[in-house]
Write a protein that binds this ligand. Structure first.
Ligand SMILES: [Zn+2]
Length: 68
């Protein structure tokens, strides 16, 4: 198994997904507490925005059998 002493595990090169700044280890995968909070807020907003009660199996009004 070849060992490469020059290759050391580097920290995640990915930037902050919120603002694109370099990620701080303490806040990874974000760059700061503010971005962590902002992302969490987005996540919650997306969850609460899910349509509830908008299903297709809603009871249809009786139409057609009510001809008099
Ligand atoms: Zn950020």
């Amino acid at each position: 198994m070849p060992q490469e002493p020059g290759k050391i595990v580097s920290p995640s090169p990915r930037p902050c997904p919120v603002c694109g700044k370099p990620v701080q280890f303490a806040f990874r995968p974000f760059c700061s507490a503010a971005c962590t909070d902002r992302d969490l807020h987005h996540w919650f907003a997306g969850t609460y925005r899910l349509p509830a009660g908008d299903e297709d199996d809603a009871p249809e009004p009786e139409a057609g059998e009510n001809m008099s």
